[in-house]
Design a protein around this ligand. Structure first.
Ligand code: NDP
Ligand code: 2IT
Length: 444
């Protein structure tokens, strides 16, 4: 049996009931076959793949907190410190009822390669909890965040592990967590990114994932003879990534006609009104029904459905496995030319393969959404030098990073005989740097 297949079987055997983790590992290992085969003897001797798929450290802890009625609640929490070969662990914290160890491991594993692709010195990690911020009062969210950080603070630091936002963790949650870390440790350091601008945050971090997604998508289109200007775009999600993807798409001359949330979706043929979307989602924390109620051109539909709308470009920006084979078929039938993943692993493997087989340009999340973590690394740099850069400075660095990422994965795909396969290109380019660092550092 090949080394890749042996290691994949081992992952399934040793990590039962973690399907998302298996899926993430399978996608990476499949596209690494050609690289692994070329170095098989050395990699096998060093158990390089076994070490790569096994987190350096996994923290599991309980988070007790008191709700507004005086009732004690208990949540499960996780921090997976996956790989520190090229820098301190770096990656977000997800707060969502669906969070479990397998979800955090899939996200942490993806983060290793994503962070490598940014070209910046950050290792891979991820964390979170099954706490649901939805419907909780600010006081309850603070109680949870303080209790969560009381335990997490023992394991993180500006030079060891630097968490940030993800689903359910935005500016409010980062603020409460930062306050508690500072209080417990007595140090003012860049231990979290995505901080508020008044206490060490970076300009453009809020916008970075969505903006970066569009910078990479525009470059991919350009290099394949298309122009983002004038394209019709469908977006799923209506959170941090979706909102700023929408904004930048419009700035680049595209028309975004859909957004969604966990209960329904909006079709707005006139183009999404970003100011209204921000008011509904960032200020009121309300449902998309409120967006539709306030805008006569918008239709609201229950359930899922954005991939059935005719478009040139599709940007999944909500969550994992939200774009399935039938959705891919609908996109192809409607003439879609490009899909770029704003979310982590939103497209199933069979949907990805169908899109690629039908000539759709496909940018995987670990490249396309890397602008968020890249700008987090820029926030770390600013914190270290105790300076703040202007919006334009950060944004122009972000643009360069995204354009470089695209060319790195394009070149890697070409070099290994898979021209146009950006999934393989991203996995190979991300892997090679980490593998070289792991090899140089010996058996650790
Ligand atoms: P937010 O919490 O800001 O928004 C998430 C959006 O996705 C909401 O509209 C939410 O709807 C929807 N959503 C979440 N879970 C589900 C679900 N199970 N089914 C349907 N819809 C769902 O998160 P972000 O925008 O930050 O994150 C979105 C994606 O992007 C995630 O995959 C995340 O890992 C990834 N990502 C985020 C980065 C960042 O910097 N924030 C960086 C790189 C990737 P509702 O409000 O109804 O729950
Ligand atoms: O998935 C991701 O890359 C993020 N949620 C951002 C991580 C970060 O450290 O900014």
């Amino acid at each position: 049996m090949s080394y890749v297949d042996e290691v994949f079987d081992l992952v399934v055997e040793k990590n039962p009931a973690q399907p998302e983790f298996h899926q993430a590992v399978k996608e990476v290992l499949e596209s690494l076959r050609v690289v692994i085969e070329a170095n098989e003897e050395a990699y096998r001797r060093d158990a390089l793949l076994e070490r790569l798929v096994t987190p350096e450290r996994q923290l599991l802890f309980r988070v007790p907190w008191v709700d507004d009625k005086g009732q004690v609640q208990v949540n499960n929490a996780f921090r997976v410190q996956f790989n520190s070969a090229i820098g301190p662990y770096k990656g977000g914290l997800r707060l969502h009822p669906s969070v479990n160890l397998g979800i955090i491991k899939f996200l942490g594993f993806e983060q290793i390669f994503k962070n490598s692709l940014t070209g910046l010195p950050i290792g891979g990690g991820k964390g979170g909890s099954d706490f649901d911020p939805k419907g909780k009062s600010d006081r309850e969210v603070m109680a949870f965040c303080q209790s969560f950080m009381t335990e997490l603070s023992k394991y993180i630091g500006a030079d060891t592990d630097v968490p940030a936002g993800d689903i359910g963790t935005g500016a409010r949650e980062i603020g409460y967590m930062y306050g508690q870390y500072k209080r417990i440790k007595g140090v003012y350091e860049g231990v979290l990114t995505g901080k508020g601008l008044s206490y060490g945050g970076s300009l453009a971090r809020t916008e970075a994932t969505g903006y970066g997604l569009l910078y990479l998508t525009a470059e991919m289109l350009k290099c394949n003879g298309h122009d983002i200007n004038g394209k019709t775009v469908v977006i799923s999600g209506s959170g941090n990534v979706a909102i700023y993807a929408c904004q930048k798409a419009q700035q680049l001359g595209a028309k975004v006609v859909t957004v969604s949330d966990s209960t329904g979706w909006v079709y707005d043929p006139e183009g999404i009104d970003v100011a209204l979307l921000k008011e509904v989602k960032e200020v009121k924390r309300a449902r998309l029904t409120e967006y539709a109620a306030a805008r006569s051109s918008a239709e609201y539909h229950e359930g899922r459905g954005v991939w059935g709308i005719k478009c040139d470009v599709a940007l999944p920006c909500a969550t994992q496995n939200e774009l399935l084979l039938d959705d891919a078929k609908a996109l192809v039938a409607n003439g879609c030319i490009a899909v770029a993943e704003g979310a982590n692993m939103p497209t199933t493997m069979e949907a990805t393969e169908y899109l690629q087989a039908n000539g759709v340009l496909f940018a995987p999340g670990k490249a396309a959404n890397a602008g968020g973590v890249a700008t987090s690394a820029l926030e770390m740099s600013q914190n270290s030098e105790r300076l703040s850069w202007t919006f334009e400075e950060v944004d122009s660095k972000l643009q360069n990073i995204m354009v470089n990422i695209f060319h790195n994965l394009d070149n890697a795909a070409k070099k290994y005989g898979m021209e146009g396969n950006y999934v393989a290109g991203a996995n190979i380019a991300g892997f090679l740097k980490v593998a070289e660092a792991m090899t140089a550092q010996g058996i650790v």
